[in-house]
Design a protein around this ligand. Structure first.
Ligand SMILES: C[S@@+](CC[C@H](N)C(=O)[O-])C[C@H]1O[C@@H](n2cnc3c(N)ncnc32)[C@H](O)[C@@H]1O
Length: 243
């Protein structure tokens, strides 16, 4: 099985230190998550001038009018999301928001079949080049997270790395009946939710306060069926909220 590991790649002291720091900061991290961090080097994805091994620092990738529209999330946040996703070897994974390709490479290092979509075409080109250079099998495609990617569905896991006001409706049609979805969901505050599907209901099994760049194209709909979610964060999300 191709795990995304670069042949002959040596573990560096800085990468080992990052893994140690992660295991202290995030107690109970699954060994498979730590193993992925030890095999994928964040330095390959971070632009020059930034410390790739700072465990809690996001790195800007793209800005519009002085506001970040893309960042490489901090390693501690990425680790928490991977923990929430519980990725298994062979899982079919869709990531929404490829950015640099770093989290896609980490997911592929779990032995998953990863497709990552990204709305900014220039980022797709550089993420592909970096993943190729690293020997990662993760695929990056230009795509819109408001539409998903039906070509490779159904997915066992969907991981959003940008924040939405609601679960985009395609998630119901492009995931398996027992899928797990990780999504930063916004109201006054943003929580990264781990959602486990059982047919027509997603149950929230974990919620972490967080901050993420917005999902482009997502608009708040104050009259929508899930606008009055209470409690916040929500405990369940239903396919047919009015029934
Ligand atoms: C936090 S960054 C992703 C970081 C990335 N996972 C990494 O490891 O570098 C979020 C990304 O979501 C992308 N994005 C925002 N809205 C999107 C949409 N509608 N469809 C696809 N990608 C989107 C942004 O362009 C940005 O690159």
């Amino acid at each position: 099985m191709d795990t995304g590991e670069r042949p002959g790649r040596q573990q560096t002291p800085a990468r080992s230190a990052l893994v140690r720091e992660l295991s202290h900061r995030v107690p109970g991290l699954d060994p498979t998550v730590l193993d992925a961090f030890s095999r994928v080097d964040r330095a390959d994805f971070v632009p020059p001038g930034f410390d790739p091994y700072d465990v809690s620092a996001p790195v800007p990738l793209a800005e519009v009018d002085g506001r970040a529209v893309s960042t490489i999330s901090a390693p501690d946040m990425v680790a928490l999301m991977l923990q929430q996703a519980e990725i298994l070897p062979g899982d079919r994974v869709l990531e929404v928001g490829a950015g640099s390709g770093y989290s896609a490479a980490l997911m592929a290092a779990h032995g998953a079949r990863v497709t990552s979509i990204e709305i900014i075409a220039e980022l797709v080109e550089s993420a592909r080049a970096t993943l190729r250079a690293c020997g990662s099998p993760a695929r990056v495609m230009v795509g819109d997270g408001m539409a998903g990617r039906p070509e490779d569905a159904p997915y066992d896991r969907v991981v959003f790395t940008c924040a939405a006001h609601r679960l985009p409706p395609w998630v119901w049609t492009q995931t398996t009946d027992r899928a797990r979805v990780v999504i930063p969901l916004r109201r006054d505050s943003t929580y990264c939710l781990a959602l486990v599907r059982d047919a027509d209901v997603f149950t929230c099994v974990d919620a972490i306060p967080c901050g993420f760049v917005p999902l482009i194209g997502d608009v708040e709909d104050a009259s929508g069926p899930d606008a009055a979610w209470s409690p916040w964060p929500p405990r369940t999300l239903s396919r047919h909220p009015s029934t």
